[in-house]
Write a protein that binds this ligand. Structure first.
Ligand code: HEM
Ligand SMILES: *[C@@H]1O[C@H](CO)[C@@H](O)[C@H](O)[C@H]1NC(C)=O
Ligand SMILES: *[C@@H]1O[C@H](CO)[C@@H](O)[C@H](O)[C@H]1NC(C)=O
Ligand SMILES: *[C@@H]1O[C@H](CO)[C@@H](O)[C@H](O)[C@H]1NC(C)=O
Ligand SMILES: *[C@@H]1O[C@H](CO)[C@@H](O)[C@H](O)[C@H]1NC(C)=O
Ligand SMILES: *[C@@H]1O[C@H](CO)[C@@H](O)[C@H](O)[C@H]1NC(C)=O
Ligand SMILES: *[C@@H]1O[C@H](CO)[C@@H](O)[C@H](O)[C@H]1NC(C)=O
Ligand SMILES: *[C@@H]1O[C@H](CO)[C@@H](O)[C@H](O)[C@H]1NC(C)=O
Length: 376
């Protein structure tokens, strides 16, 4: 089956006689002829291994003199992730929103104290599906053209806004792709979140609010989005992202375990640390997030599944990985999602693909999850 059945970037490329493919444009999902046109125009990036863990994992001032908030400029890219948006708007990441995976791992560790295993796993997952494996660049937003039928055709440009590979439905403060592909902060959703914080958290976002709002967003999508899709990997990231505000947006000196909603708005809407913000006092690893997910899930267990083209038709999908199958999350992501996006990889692209697959697996060494063999 051809991925690129009705969209083609070839006309776009030859339009001005110059090749306009951006250095951060993803190569995922491109046909052989598209790759042949684009690959020779790209300047290969410098290979780099994923950074190791922080040496000093204590809380510290991260909204410091060297990292002042500045509004994003016209050409600066921002996307669906308030964490990465904030790092870019404070200069912990390049302010234009285009970065190498190693820059992202360093920034999430330094700026938020994300644990090395989580940082490497999430960053390389994103890079493999939304980044450019030859230039070694990933955009934290980026235009998407996944407007086609369900499942949609691949992105033309890629970046984290690309629907249905990493970005997905039932987000906390972003509406579903079905409602117009808007990755921006949505005031209506934030107001709903505030109402839930009042109802379940005494005016704050805490673990109870996280559990209730996660369930609410799922029910809302089931009831309103005929194309609601909630299988792995989105199933995992949706629950994880409900924990992130608690582990990352609360000042590292604050022991309350609840998040002030004005501070939450600063991150979600304005990509901004509060004044004097200290990062978490401890590294937030895969295990920490797993514990939070277990709590949220236990309050309202929903299996992975999808609507079938009409609203209120949520059907569990037994083929999708669930929370009892972390290894399957990894294996299916490699064997199904990534393999499906690179049916034509050879030469330098195949080499880069396998290198990044190796990095993606590296946090799982010793986990008991068998490594998927390199692609051939
Ligand atoms: C390590 C690299 C990271 C990558 C590649 C990444 C990527 C993403 C993506 C693609 C989304 C959109 C998913 C969706 O809602 O459809 C997202 C959402 C989110 N991310 Fe990140 N992220 C990273 C790190 C972080 C960090 C460090 C934080 C917190 C400091 C964070 C907080 C969040 C939150 C709270 C959401 C949910 C936003 C919402 O639903 O309104 N992320 N991230
Ligand atoms: C931690 O320290 C080692 C040894 O000094 C250094 O090589 C490494 O780069 C440091 N890690 C980070 C993330 O800074
Ligand atoms: C915000 O989200 C709501 C609920 O999903 C949706 O009805 C509305 O159209 C969204 N607004 C914008 C500006 O995208
Ligand atoms: C996306 O949402 C923002 C903020 O709510 C709004 O200003 C903008 O008009 C929306 N764009 C589209 C294309 O719906
Ligand atoms: C969240 O806050 C509410 C209101 O203070 C409280 O009743 C609830 O126990 C808190 N949830 C957790 C998990 O601590
Ligand atoms: C960090 O704060 C948590 C939550 O208050 C506390 O349990 C933990 O002991 C602190 N850790 C460090 C390393 O200070
Ligand atoms: C979708 O699910 C609904 C409700 O469960 C059912 O009535 C309908 O026949 C299903 N449609 C398809 C195309 O499977
Ligand atoms: C993944 O795909 C490879 C190559 O087709 C195969 O050898 C391997 O068994 C698959 N792994 C799983 C767990 O499905």
């Amino acid at each position: 089956m051809r991925f690129f059945s009705h969209l083609s970037i070839i006309p776009l490329l030859s339009l001005h006689g110059v090749l306009a493919f951006p250095s951060y444009g993803t190569l995922a999902g491109l046909s052989r002829s598209e790759l042949e046109a684009i690959l020779p125009t790209l300047k290969p990036g410098v290979p780099e291994s994923p950074p190791g863990p922080l040496n000093d994992t204590s809380a510290k001032l991260v909204n410091d003199k060297k990292h002042p908030w500045k509004p994003a400029g016209k050409k600066d890219i921002r996307g669906p992730c308030p964490g990465l948006n904030t790092l870019a708007s404070h200069g912990w990441l390049p302010r234009d929103g285009v970065a190498t995976p190693a820059q992202i791992v360093n920034a999430v560790q330094e700026g938020f104290n994300m644990g090395n295993d989580l940082a490497v796993f999430v960053t390389y997952a994103a890079h493999l599906v939304d980044g450019n494996l030859i230039t070694n660049l990933l955009s934290i937003g980026g235009k998407t053209d996944r407007t086609g039928p369900n499942p949609p055709p691949p992105a033309i440009v890629g970046g984290l806004n690309t629907h249905a590979v990493f970005e997905g439905d039932a987000s906390t403060t972003r509406a579903d792709f079905f409602f117009g592909d808007n990755h921006s902060f949505n005031e209506t959703l934030f107001d709903e979140l505030t109402a839930f914080s009042n109802k379940f958290g005494g005016g704050f976002y805490n673990l109870s609010v996280a559990a209730e709002f996660r369930f609410q967003r799922i029910q809302d999508s089931i009831a309103t989005n005929p194309q609601f899709d909630f299988i792995s990997p989105r199933y995992f990231t949706a629950y994880a992202e409900s924990i992130f505000p608690l582990t990352f947006f609360i000042d590292g000196r604050d022991k309350s375990l609840h998040l002030d909603m004005n501070v939450a708005r600063g991150f979600f809407q304005n990509s901004r640390f509060p004044d004097g913000f200290f990062r978490s006092n401890t590294s937030i690893t895969l295990d920490v997030i797993g514990g939070g997910i277990d709590y949220i899930f236990s309050k309202h267990p929903v299996p992975p599944g999808s609507n079938n083209g009409t609203v209120n038709s949520y059907t569990p999908n037994p083929n999708s990985a669930d929370f009892t199958q972390f290894c399957k999350l990894y294996t299916d992501f490699v064997n199904i999602t990534i393999r499906g996006l690179y049916p034509n990889a050879k030469g330098a692209l195949l080499t880069a693909l396998n290198k990044n697959l190796e990095y993606f697996y590296s946090p799982l060494v010793g986990s008991g999850c068998p490594q998927v063999p390199p692609f051939v």
